[in-house]
Design a protein around this ligand. Sequence first.
Ligand code: SF4
Ligand code: SF4
Ligand code: SF4
Length: 323
Amino acid sequence: MPKPKLAVYWAASCGGCDIAILDIEAKILDVADFFDLVLWPCAADFKYKDVEALPDKSITLTLFNGAIRSDENLHIARMLREKSVVMVAFGSCASDGCIPGLANLYSLDEIMDYSYKSAPSMESGTKTMPQPKTQVEEGELTIPTLWNTVRTLAQCVDVDYYIPGCPPQSDQIAAVIGAVIDILKNNKPLPPKGTVLGATEKSCCDECPRERNVKKIREFHRPYEIIPDPNICLLEQGIVCCGPATRGGCGAKCVTANMACRGCYGVPPGVRDQGAKMVSAIASVVDSTDPEEIEEIMKGIADPVGTFYRFTLADSFLRRTQK
Ligand code: SF4
Ligand code: SF4
Ligand code: SF4
């Protein structure tokens, strides 16, 4: 019997999701043993043309990390979709847009001008702007064309499953891969389409060991401004913690290390918009009914959009719909 084929791809990503897969340690040997790896640009030298030559639906599983923000990202996403039986949005960038999605707060022109003309690191540079096409003696050179709007994978192609996290936790990745191998080996049914894998059906707060006393707060603090009590809910101590608006699955990793949850596992079940849910959670702890006083208290939250929508802006109610 030929081995099932596996593809792992990165689009607009930082590479952290690929590292998280490698972090499953000895279990990576099971992956190599069970699957025939046909594409993993981060780990080995494969050629797109070899994947393009494969018959449609010949790749059993594609783990696709990274958001979609260039014509190249879209081309590979569409190609892998056609070639794959199961397409998984792997990690926060592919699922929700993640940090790359915050680029949607600006236009492409603003980003390019800042990056290549006015960023401090370019002070002594040539301010040369990248061009999608360049003619040289040997012919035309091309680089991918960046889009004005960052999109999630599911906004571009049909997605079967989601594995959340920035990056997904390696123990969860190992469990999902183990389950997939078991399903394929024993001909078991796949979970329903759209299932979120490697996570729980609850919120990060449900995994958090900190005590909640429904204490009201009158002031927000940046994490470096106070030394929080390690046993009490951070939100109730005035540190913005996105646990109430975040899906469980990481084991409240940051919170147990005395850092607030930033929301990387995306929305919990039943919640459509992470930022709106956080506004609701914040409203429940602010100790005032006076609009002016509330406004003053809220000024203590630096960068509300970047805090409440850090991982999900591209898939939120506030997502950009224009191209
Ligand atoms: S989800 Fe996080 S770790 Fe994965 S590619 Fe995106 S930014 Fe990197
Ligand atoms: S808000 Fe944060 S600190 Fe408080 S219970 Fe939820 S996850 Fe824990
Ligand atoms: S605590 Fe929050 S930010 Fe940290 S890993 Fe878990 S979901 Fe992500």
